[in-house]
Design a protein around this ligand. Structure first.
Ligand SMILES: O=c1ccn([C@@H]2O[C@H](COP(=O)(O)O)[C@@H](O)[C@H]2O)c(=O)[nH]1
Length: 479
């Protein structure tokens, strides 16, 4: 397409956007609560297939002189259909980034077929700060896909392009806000006063690059465990980060054994390679409190934390008894325990007020690894909200996807990890160590039978520790 006809098509497209109400003028509240005189809502474009087609044509033509890409990826959700339209026009395959990994069976953050090292062009509708593009880039990078460029329909000229450049992404925009205003003014859609108002607004609302960089840097997935140790509000989480960093391990072995001697032997064998030994103390057939002293001694000698996976789920008063009394006296020896959010905050209040170890923490279960579980998005959200209400008590969250990236002081613990198996006969489902760290956001990975079922349990733990640590090194900016 010649330059003149391209520009004419672009001008007509600007008018079309105005006509379909994708560009509105008035007083609108932005995502961050600031008022704006111009609002762009490209979501409506799916209802206008001709306009969508023109957009795809324009973007593809615009990109002709820019390097070739192996893949396209639209920033969810508005840019997904735009990327699809471009993919149909160019035959460049698409990948899709899930905002949250939902269905466990195919629980990936990046859907579609790709190879590590392929180069992906990011597609976005409107850019203000550029942070949504960076979130998508982060997940694509986590899956081994390279990203260097992003194409966007509209650059709002509020600093997003510079911010992306500073983070290694070259942004190509079809329209800038100034250009859009010029075209709409020329077409009689807006008057001089509005052009002036938008100009002033843009000048006054440039994003704070330092602040934004700080926010992005708070993403726990790119921070080292060493630096996160200082951000933990729960003391056991802080200690855990220190252990992970100094021992170079993110492995938690699930010691699901039924015999006390076997449990102590396992602790000794895997001790040098783990940060946590997780127990289900009630499955021991020969439990006696005498077991606890040697167990604590091994934990101290090898520098790992004892974690009883009790999954408390009762009224507060009963939980209080279950935690501190009974046969097991969990609160006296387990620095960490798990709890369900199902029964409400009473469980956490009980764990908080019960006597026991001075330093202790709780992991709330937000998602689980088993097939057919009944947890839904609302439950997950409410669980995270509950975790936020108890910052000193909550050490982390048990989940299967990176639910809380903006809370670097919390630990994500992810069970269902195996180098070999995909599932067991009773509904357990597994993902690889690399996948749980790079795609699902695990800080600590729980491995049970992958270690306990091995002939040489120490060697198996060492193997898991190494692959997990290598994956962690691939995701942090400074280890
Ligand atoms: O969602 C969850 C929560 C906890 N677990 C526990 O982790 C281990 C997994 O053992 P494997 O032998 O590796 O399957 C086990 O103790 C579970 O109670 C989980 O699997 N899923």
């Amino acid at each position: 397409m010649k330059m003149d006809s391209f520009n004419a098509k672009l001008k007509q497209f600007a008018k079309d956007l105005f006509a379909i109400d994708a560009i509105k003028f008035g007083e609108y509240k932005t995502k961050v609560g600031v008022m704006t005189p111009v609002y762009c809502d490209l979501r409506v474009i799916v209802s206008y297939p001709r306009t969508m087609e023109t957009l795809a044509d324009l973007l593809v033509t615009y990109l002709e002189n820019i390097s070739r890409f192996d893949l396209l990826c639209g920033v969810p959700y508005t840019a997904l259909p735009i990327a699809t339209a471009m993919s149909l026009k160019t035959s460049i395959p698409m990948v899709m980034r899930r905002k949250e990994a939902k269905d466990y069976g195919t629980k990936k953050l990046i859907e579609g077929i790709f190879k590590e090292g392929q180069n992906c062009l990011i597609v976005e509708d409107v850019v203000t700060s550029g942070s949504s593009i960076l979130e998508t880039v982060k997940d694509l990078n986590g899956a081994g896909i390279k990203c260097t460029d992003a194409v966007v329909l509209l650059n709002r000229e509020q600093g997003g392009s510079e911010f992306l450049k500073n983070n290694g992404i070259q942004m190509h925009s079809l329209l800038s806000m100034t250009q859009l205003m010029e075209y709409l003014h020329e077409a009689g859609c807006v008057d001089d006063a509005m052009v002036e108002k938008v100009k002033k607004y843009l000048a006054a609302t440039q994003i704070d690059q330092t602040q934004l960089t700080k926010t992005i840097k708070q993403d726990r997935l790119s921070l080292s465990f060493k630096s996160r140790a200082k951000l933990a509000r729960n003391p056991v989480a802080g200690e855990l980060f220190e252990i992970m960093s100094s021992k170079k391990t993110t492995l938690c072995v699930a010691a699901d054994l039924t015999n006390s001697t076997d449990l102590l032997n396992l602790a000794e064998e895997v001790g040098p390679h783990i940060c946590i030994l997780k127990t289900h103390i009630d499955i021991l057939e020969d439990f006696h409190l005498n077991l606890i002293k040697p167990l604590i001694e091994i934990a101290q000698r090898h520098n790992f934390i004892l974690f009883e996976d009790r999954k408390f789920a009762d009224i507060g008063k009963t939980v209080e008894y279950q935690y501190s009394s009974g046969v097991y006296h969990i609160s006296l020896w387990a620095s960490l325990v798990t709890a369900h959010s199902l029964m409400g905050k009473g469980v956490l209040d009980a764990l908080k007020r019960s006597g026991g170890l001075y330093k202790r923490g709780v992991f709330l279960l937000a998602e689980v690894s088993s097939a057919g579980n009944l947890i839904n998005d609302g439950y997950v959200k409410a669980t995270l909200a509950m975790a936020e209400e108890y910052p000193e008590l909550i050490a982390g969250v048990v989940c299967q996807s990176p639910l809380f990236r903006a809370h670097p002081g919390l630990v994500q613990l992810t069970p269902g990890v195996s180098l070999d198996a995909e599932k067991d006969a009773l509904g357990q489902r597994y993902a690889s160590p690399r996948n749980v760290v790079l795609e699902r956001g695990a800080d600590v990975a729980v491995v049970g039978r992958g270690v306990t079922g091995a002939k040489d349990r120490g060697a198996a733990a060492q193997k898991y520790r190494e692959v997990l640590w290598e994956a962690y090194l691939g995701r942090v900016e400074e280890a």
